[in-house]
Design a protein around this ligand. Structure first.
Ligand SMILES: [Zn+2]
Ligand SMILES: [Zn+2]
Length: 358
């Protein structure tokens, strides 16, 4: 089969690899229809960490092609022919505290598809039988490729110590894919969401407004604080979700909070964070890390989609084949959300005109 394979530092490309064997006990094989790529995939290109050689791709959606024999204790959550999305845990110890309480993102021994196990930028992938979730009828395979980042947004906004709901005012910093999805999840549970970006993000801020954000701001931190003051009677935001990866935005984000407010760190950060500890102490602020997702995050994400609370298609910026890998990576570095169609299964609906090329 054809796959996008990393063979060494900086070396990633389309290759012919061996076809997958029949799935073993407790496994399923999926014909991949759509795999979205993100900044993580782009970062994976450089460096020698993770499994090498390996097939990249961790945001995967497709159709179940084959199932191995059932294993005791591992529920089969789909049948052959079902359209499914995949969790990303390839191996779990299933015996640690975190595994026993379904907090798989915290298992020390877990391996993840696309990084420490083969991923879904290929015609097929084999994974744990309990790692697939059936897609609701009203969600396309193309949109299904965004379920993994959507599950991360659900985990960040709804499964941490925050209490986001109809009375909340929420600021989301960074109108990339994670920012859009966090904003939509907070909006879906009734919060008033302000999305913050830069001048050059106007197009993406327009997507945030189209998909339910209360307001967007691209003119600097002073304007964010002024708007917050106006809409919260001078109190400030209940919660801030930082999705840009910039530590200076974290510092600005803390200044948007009301007393007792909390900031979630959703992005990856290269630089150390320097903050005024007295600001955190005096205002009783909380700073919380939000990492990965759990089976519960997928279940909630799918329920929100089934009930029509989210719109994923506007978040997708481009659809490409595996032959166009280089162009796809280029688009990801420009902040575009790209979905690759590895071709094992045709998409179940024609692409919307906006996403058709040529
Ligand atoms: Zn990703
Ligand atoms: Zn474990």
């Amino acid at each position: 089969m054809r796959a996008i394979v990393k063979t060494g530092d900086g070396q990633v490309g389309l290759q012919e690899v061996a076809d997958l064997p029949e799935p073993g006990p407790g496994e399923v094989t999926v014909n991949v229809a759509a795999t979205a790529i993100c900044g993580t995939d782009r970062n994976e290109i450089a460096g020698t960490t993770g499994m090498i050689p390996r097939i990249l791709g961790h945001e995967v959606c497709g159709v179940v092609a084959a199932m191995g024999d059932p294993l005791p204790g591992i529920p089969l959550s789909a049948s052959i022919g079902d359209r499914v999305v995949l969790e990303t845990d390839a191996y779990l110890c299933r015996s640690c505290h975190w595994c026993r309480t379904e907090q798989f993102n915290r298992c020390e021994k877990r391996t993840g598809i696309g990084r420490t196990a083969h991923g879904g930028l290929a015609e097929q992938i084999t994974i744990r039988a309990d790692a697939v979730h059936r897609l609701p009828e009203n969600v396309t395979l193309l949109e299904g490729a965004l379920l993994e980042p959507l599950a991360v947004a659900v985990h960040s906004v709804l499964e941490g110590p925050f209490n986001v709901g109809p009375d909340s005012t929420v600021v989301v910093i960074g109108p990339g894919t994670m920012g859009h999805l966090c904003a939509q999840v907070a909006t879906a549970v009734g919060a008033r969401v302000i999305v913050v970006g830069l001048d050059r993000h106007e197009e993406r801020l327009a997507v945030a407004r189209e998909t339910g954000a209360f307001a967007t701001v691209s003119t600097g931190a002073d304007d964010v604080r002024a708007l917050l003051s106006e809409v919260t009677d001078g109190m400030g935001a209940d919660y801030v979700f930082e999705c840009s990866g910039s530590v200076s935005q974290v510092v600005d984000g803390l200044s948007y909070l009301r007393k007792g407010g909390m900031l979630g760190l959703v992005a990856f950060y290269r630089d150390p964070l320097v903050v005024d500890a007295m600001t955190i102490m005096q205002n009783e602020l909380g700073v919380v890390g939000c990492r990965g997702k759990r089976p519960s995050s997928f279940r909630t994400a799918l329920a929100l989609l089934r009930n029509g609370h989210l719109s994923l298609e506007p978040v997708i910026g481009s659809v490409r084949s595996m032959d166009e890998w280089d162009e796809a990576v280029d688009e990801v570095s420009r902040g575009v959300k790209v979905v690759i169609t590895p071709g094992g299964t045709p998409l179940d609906r024609d692409l919307p005109p906006r996403l058709q090329r040529g």
